[in-house]
Design a protein around this ligand. Structure first.
Ligand code: NAD
Length: 239
């Protein structure tokens, strides 16, 4: 049995709670903006699942690590601070696993994109674009998942070195990410390779938030009793 707290009790916190198997997890606390974990944590849980906001996530991670709590972090929009978060986790000797996207389907999609990138490296006639669409309440832009896709493409395609997201860039070595915000879209990512002759589209479409919640709970089982800083996409096939 894993004692679990939910830090951030919005759409994702509630979805996770709704699918928890009581044979595996006991929810011992739920924290939100009106009930901050740093002020109200009483009993130490085994694992915290953190889905809050880009503005609050780092403070929550630091507080939880300082209390010796292992963390599954789903909040996006903080990856420019990944090195300092890693240092926090190492300082307190806790366990931490994060993902821009906990759905197994997206993690399979990442592997497919990686393979496609190796092929596309050999065919310079193809342009490469990413499009991501999410609901209108999403705070960060582009999505963490779109940034990961861009990273994978840049890793293998030598003619691409960066991505641009605010304005389409005319620079040949840049991958453009177009972000769209449309009511009720859970999460859609497309990678489009286009030549004069044809167009190849790879697409992942999340039908609901269940996939993210299932992945986050898998990650909670993985990180229970472990130390170290992990990215879910590196470890998901082993769990
Ligand atoms: N990694 C993934 O698989 C995945 C999937 C979906 C969403 N997300 C990300 O997770 C985050 C949350 O998404 P959501 O759809 O649940 O958002 P949401 O807006 O529905 O919920 C966020 C919650 O965080 C709470 N919050 C604000 N400040 C807080 C604080 N200091 N401590 C604790 N809680 C606080 C808010 O009150 C709110 O209830 C976003 O960053 C989103 O991009 C990640």
């Amino acid at each position: 049995m894993i004692d679990l707290i939910l830090v951030g009790y919005g759409k994702m916190g509630k979805m996770i709670e709704s699918i928890i198997d009581p044979n595996d997890f006991r929810v011992t606390g739920k924290f939100d903006v009106s009930n901050p974990v740093s002020e109200n944590l009483k009993d130490k849980p085994n694992v915290a699942i953190e889905f809050s906001t880009p503005a609050s996530v780092i403070g929550n991670i630091e507080f939880l690590a300082s209390r010796g709590v292992n963390v599954v972090c789903g909040t996006t929009g903080w990856y420019d601070k990944a090195e300092s978060v890693k240092a926090i986790v190492e300082k307190y000797g806790t366990g931490f696993v994060y993902a821009s996207n906990f759905s197994i389907g997206v993690n399979i999609f990442f592997r497919i994109v990686k393979e496609a990138a190796k092929l596309l490296d050999k065919y310079p006639g193809y342009s490469i674009d990413i499009e991501e669409t999410h609901h209108t309440q999403k705070l960060d832009k582009p999505s963490g998942t779109a940034i990961r896709i861009a990273d994978y493409l840049i890793e293998s395609i030598r003619r691409k070195n960066k991505f641009s997201s605010d304005e389409p860039s005319p620079e040949e070595d840049s991958i453009n990410i177009v972000s769209k915000r449309i009511e009720n879209v859970v999460g859609n990512h497309k990678v489009v390779f286009e030549s004069n002759a044809d167009e190849i589209t790879l697409e992942h479409n999340a039908k609901s938030r269940i996939g993210f919640a299932e992945g986050a709970l898998l990650a909670a089982k993985f990180i229970h009793g472990k130390k170290g800083f992990y990215r879910f996409e590196d470890i998901f096939t082993s769990i």
